[in-house]
Design a protein around this ligand. Structure first.
Ligand code: NCD
Length: 311
């Protein structure tokens, strides 16, 4: 398979056919990873640079693991130890990386659109690993893979995304992907944390957890992204937990077999209760992490092939 573009900057612009093909390819990488084998021929001789201007645990390590399992040379650049802390601009950093003939550039940045800007300036295929409040496409893909493996399909499911929707690139990418694949998406949270006009993107808006979670197949909790909040948008973390924290009582109105998801990092006792997060029968939070490696292998594989086709 090939993608319509050389880069993966967002879910926006992907056709449902591309999404399904990426999920299918990732399935084969799940099997490979579970078998303990690798396929170092896929990216042999290719260089992948992880360029992270924001903190990350799961996304950075899973891109690193994905690149290594496919045979790429992987370099991790974290900004606190690079010349960016000496005042170098994003584009100068990009020009430097370009001169090193990097093939795949994974970028996380606090500014929406930073990966798209870099994509215009470098020869590498750019993968958006989260840009501000905009998109986080590989997170939405790994969430979709986790859902599809557990429910068999994405079409017709009711997915409730709860909490800080306004500051969440995960919510935005998930909304785009899930509606494209035929799921019904609800966003649930206080009015201050739901962006105006989100209903135009196909989401139904709820301000009450019991209404928003009723008969849901999937319940996804999101962290309060206080680093992106300019003013106090919630009275207190404790009050937020009372009204919007995902606990057993609120989850009880969802379908009996509803799955609990969270992209991480979790703030236990704020957006999710430990009992729910650790409930092996409902929570697929660890499986999401496993699917993250497989999805990133599929994305790197496809972008390397797409680049060959463009060369
Ligand atoms: C998310 C992110 O960085 O957007 N984390 C992740 O990639 N798994 C969500 C968050 O920061 O809360």
């Amino acid at each position: 398979m090939r993608l319509p573009t050389r880069h993966l900057l967002g879910i926006e612009g992907l056709h449902p056919r591309d999404i399904s093909a990426l999920l299918d390819l990732a399935e084969s990488y799940v099997l490979l990873n579970r078998s303990g084998k690798t396929r170092r021929d896929v990216l042999r001789g290719r260089t992948l640079i992880n360029l992270f201007f924001e903190d990350s645990t799961r996304t950075r390590t899973s891109f690193e693991l994905a690149g290594k399992r496919l045979g790429a040379d992987v370099i991790n650049m974290s900004v606190s130890t690079s010349s960016v802390s000496k005042g170098e601009t994003l584009l100068d950093t990009a020009a430097t990386l370009n001169a090193m003939n990097c093939d795949l550039l994974v970028v996380r940045h606090k500014a929406s659109g930073a990966p798209a800007l870099l994509a215009q300036k470098v020869d590498a295929a750019v993968i958006n690993a989260g840009d501000g409040m905009h998109e986080h496409p590989t997170q939405a893909l790994l969430d979709a893979l986790t859902i599809r493996r557990n429910k068999g399909t994405l079409a017709g499911l009711t997915v409730a995304i709860c909490g800080d929707i306004a500051h969440s690139r995960v919510a935005r990418s998930n909304l785009l992907l899930l509606t494209a694949m035929g799921s019904r998406v609800r966003v649930v949270g206080p009015p201050t944390l739901i962006p105006a006009g989100i209903d135009q993107f196909g989401a139904s808006v709820f301000h009450d957890m019991r209404e928003g979670l009723r008969d849901a197949d999937i319940v996804m909790a999101l962290r309060l992204q206080t680093e992106r909040m300019s003013a106090g948008l919630i009275p207190s973390a404790r009050e937020f937990f009372t009204f919007y924290g995902l606990d057993a009582a609120k989850l009880a109105v969802a379908k009996p077999d509803a799955l609990v998801m969270h992209p991480g990092p979790m703030n236990r006792g704020v957006e999710i209760d430990s009992q729910v997060a650790d409930d092996a029968a409902r929570s697929v939070i660890r499986e999401q992490v496993e699917m993250g490696v497989a999805i990133r292998m599929a994305v790197l594989d496809v972008l390397a092939r797409t680049a060959l086709a463009h060369a």
